[in-house]
Ligand binder design. Structure first.
Ligand code: PGA
Length: 263
C-alpha cells in the first residue's frame, strides 16, 4: 500500500536550540531562500518547532513570508485548560496563542524527560480535543532492533494512542518514525529499512482507521541533504522530522526541496 499521493511534511525540530539572535537569523535566511525559490505549499508542508519561549516571535517573523510555515510546539502539558499548574502550557493555551501544531512522544521526552505512555496519551487526548494537529513520534531503541522487536515496539506505540484518539481525530495526526539509534548519531536507517517500517506502520494504521491510508508518515534520524533524495524516493516516506540539519537554513531548505521535487 503506497502513500505516494500524500503531500509531504518537512519539519525542523530545533530542540533546546538556538540562542535568540541565531533563531532570528535562521528564520530570516529560510524566508530568503523561500523567497528566491519558493517551494509550493501543495508540494510540501514546511514547519519549524522552536523552544516554547520563541513560538510567538518565530510565528510573527514568518508572518510576511512568501509561503505558510507551520510553527510547531515541541511539547505541551498533560493537564488541560488553565489553572494552578506552575510551569505548564496546556493545549488550550497553545491554541489561544494561535499555535496549531505540537510534537508528542519524541524519544527524548520518552527516554530523558519521563513521558510514559500514560502521560503521552493525556497529551494526545488534550491536544486533539483543543484542535491541534499532533506530530506523534514513535521509534525503537538499538537494543529493541537487535532483539528483533523494532516493528512490535513502534506498532505498540501506535496502539497506545488508539485508546484515546476518536475516529474522526485521526485526520489531525501526522506520524514520525524516528529510530532512536539514528537520532543525532549521523546513522540513518537505510532507505530500504525505513521504507519497510513505514509500510508496516501504514498497514497497522490502516487496520485502526481508514485515515491510515492517507496519513503522512515522516522519517526522522540524521536526515540531511545528502540522504534526503533517497529517503524521499521511498513510497511510504511522506516527509522528514529534521533535528540537527534544521539549524542550518540551507540544509533544511534542501531537504524540503528534495521532498517537494520527489513526491
Ligand atoms: P536529528 O534529530 O535529525 O538530529 O537526528 C531528529 C529528531 O530528533 O527529531
Amino acid at each position: 500500500m503506497s502513500g505516494a499521493a500524500i503531500t509531504p511534511w518537512v519539519v525542523g525540530n530545533w530542540k533546546m536550540n538556538p540562542l535568540r539572535a541565531d533563531a532570528k537569523q535562521l528564520v530570516e535566511e529560510l524566508k530568503q531562500l523561500l523567497q528566491n525559490q519558493n517551494i509550493e505549499e501543495s508540494k510540501c508542508h514546511i514547519g519549524v518547532a522552536p523552544i516554547a519561549l520563541a513560538l510567538q516571535s518565530v510565528q510573527a517573523q514568518f508572518s510576511d513570508s512568501s509561503r505558510n510555515i507551520c510553527v510547531v510546539a515541541q511539547d505541551l502539558s498533560r493537564i488541560a485548560g488553565t489553572g494552578a499548574y506552575t510551569g505548564e502550557i496546556s493545549a488550550e493555551l497553545l491554541k489561544d496563542s494561535e499555535i496549531d501544531y505540537v510534537l508528542i512522544g519524541h524519544s527524548e521526552r520518552r527516554e530523558v524527560l519521563g513521558d510514559s505512555p500514560a502521560v503521552i496519551n493525556e497529551k494526545v487526548k488534550h491536544a486533539l480535543s483543543a484542535g491541534l494537529t499532533v506530530i506523534y513520534c514513535v521509534g525503537e531503541s538499538l537494543e529493541q532492533r537487535e532483539k528483533g522487536l523494532a516493528e512490535q515496539t513502534v506498532l505498540q506505540q501506535i496502539c497506545d494512542i488508539a485508546a484515546v484518539v476518536k475516529a474522526e481525530q485521526w485526520r489531525q495526526i501526522v506520524i514520525a518514525y524516528e529510530p532512536i539509534w539514528a537520532i543525532g548519531t549521523g546513522k540513518t536507517a537505510s532507505p530500504e529499512d525505513a521504507q519497510a517500517m513505514h509500510a508496516k506502520l501504514r498497514e497497522g494504521l490502516s487496520q485502526i482507521t481508514p485515515a491510515g491510508r492517507s496519513m503522512a508518515i515522516l522519517y526522522g534520524g540524521s536526515v540531511k541533504p545528502e540522504n534526503a533524495v533517497e529517503l524521499a524516493a521511498c513510497p511510504d516516506i511522506n516527509g522528514a522530522l529534521v533535528g540537527g540539519a534544521s539549524l542550518n537554513a540551507e540544509s533544511f531548505y534542501q531537504i524540503a526541496q528534495a521532498f517537494a521535487n520527489t513526491k
